[in-house]
Design a protein around this ligand. Structure first.
Ligand SMILES: [Zn+2]
Length: 418
């Protein structure tokens, strides 16, 4: 089997890997770098590619895939949840960044029509390759992908969370033997704080904000994080109103149709039943006037209803904004977190609302990531990707030292044979 690194080399973004065996070549992910002007992985001619296999729906793994589908010959393989969620996210991507993208809505339609879905633990064939998905625990439908060609086996972690959350089970641990592992490195240098402590701190904070008469805005990604936050509040018996807005509501509908991909679908259903859905501007204008929690995309305050709520709530010190995910440098969310500034009436303005950060990451922290990788049998070679440069290098060093195996923080364009 031959593997070529096309992206996600020493950075988070544009994940893409070309895997070839005999006459069959496939792409594992084909994602975008979701900066203001998006970036893309190295290109491979569509006629060389038989299929794209998506690890999960996030745009840094799926966002450049539509360019392969206009000819109608390439197939997309993913879990059914990933197929629906990636289509939803790419539609939004076209709306926001369409002028910079090398594909249009019609390409996405063609991609949707070329999709073949597979559940976890259901091996399938693409030409000379045999593939299988395992739950990655990162977002609903996310998977670790196994690719077998001849006597060799490659594992690709995609994005992985070894710890369970309220929404999802932990990643699948029995991954067997491999000759090569392509692993994410997002948090390879840091452990997350203990989850139960973060949850308690967050719920205490929400209660305190409401008891002082304020509104708590939680800008949250529509896939996974918005539902997780609502479930944390519900699980802790939160007594005050919680509402949800934007694309998260569409995602809720999809998730409730694919219950086997959730840890406790009944808990999600009850949580959402107790959550008010905000769908009109009259609702949005009135909800900011009463003490409550508003969970709304976009997670980095770039587009979506969270921008409106931020503008309405930022000026009053009774209110608060809880940042619950990583904020990319240059986004409004990052500026708010680092400098306490937001744009009001076109001007950077000091925010009076209290701003707090909570670590609800959906990636494995350092210890569990390394522990899980060490469980892969067969002394595989590791390629560390999808992390800042120092994270990729550090993870490769640790794996090499602890396991005595070859481990490389790869660069784009590097090719390997196993
Ligand atoms: Zn992801």
């Amino acid at each position: 089997m031959d593997v070529k690194v096309l992206g996600a080399a020493r950075q988070v973004g544009r994940s893409a890997f070309l895997v070839s065996h005999k006459e069959t070549s496939i792409l594992l992910d084909y994602g975008a770098l979701t900066t203001k002007v998006p970036g893309f992985p190295m290109h491979v001619q569509p006629k060389q590619v038989r299929a794209i296999v998506l690890s999960h729906a996030h745009l840094d793994h799926s966002g450049a895939a539509p360019i392969y589908f206009l000819g109608g010959k390439v197939k997309l393989h993913s879990t059914p949840v990933t197929a629906e969620l990636s289509s939803l996210l790419i539609q939004d991507f076209i709306k926001i960044s369409g002028q910079y993208l090398p594909f249009e809505f019609i390409d996405l339609m063609s991609m949707n029509n070329s999709t073949v879905s597979h559940g976890y633990l259901e091996p399938f064939q693409i030409g000379d390759l045999t593939l299988e998905f395992f739950d990655a625990g990162h977002i609903p439908g996310s998977c670790i992908t196994s690719v077998e060609g001849g006597s060799k086996r490659l594992l690709y972690t995609g994005d992985i969370n070894g710890n369970e959350t309220n929404l999802l089970k932990p990643s699948w641990k029995s991954l067997g033997e491999a000759d090569m592992v392509i692993t994410e490195s997002t948090y390879a240098t840091a452990d997350h704080p203990e989850r139960s402590a973060v949850e308690k701190e967050f719920v205490d904070f929400a209660n305190a904000v409401i008891e002082r008469g304020g509104v708590l805005l939680v800008p949250a990604f529509s896939v996974g994080r918005a539902q997780e936050i609502a479930m944390v509040l519900y699980n802790h018996g939160f007594k005050h109103p919680v509402s949800m807005d934007g694309m998260a509501l569409k995602v809720n509908e999809i998730l409730l149709r694919y219950q086997e991909y959730l840890k406790d679908p009944e808990l999600l259903r009850r949580t959402l039943e107790s959550t008010e859905q905000l769908v009109s501007w009259s609702q949005r204008r009135s909800v900011v006037k009463r003490p409550s929690v508003i969970v709304s995309p976009a997670g980095m305050l770039v587009g979506g209803a969270s921008v409106f709520y931020n503008e309405r709530l930022a000026r009053d010190e009774k209110n608060a904004i809880a940042i619950v995910s990583f904020q990319v440098p240059g986004t409004a969310g990052r500026t708010l977190l680092d400098k306490g500034l937001t744009i009001l009436n076109g001007k950077p303005t000091k925010v009076k609302a209290e701003v707090r950060r909570f670590d609800f990451s959906s990636h494995s922290g350092k210890s569990i990531l390394i522990d899980d990788l060490k469980k892969v049998k067969g002394s595989p070679m590791f390629l560390t990707v999808h992390g800042e440069e120092e994270s990729c290098i550090s993870l490769a060093d640790v794996l090499h030292q602890d396991m005595g195996v070859e481990a490389r923080a790869v660069v784009a364009g590097e090719e390997f044979h196993v």
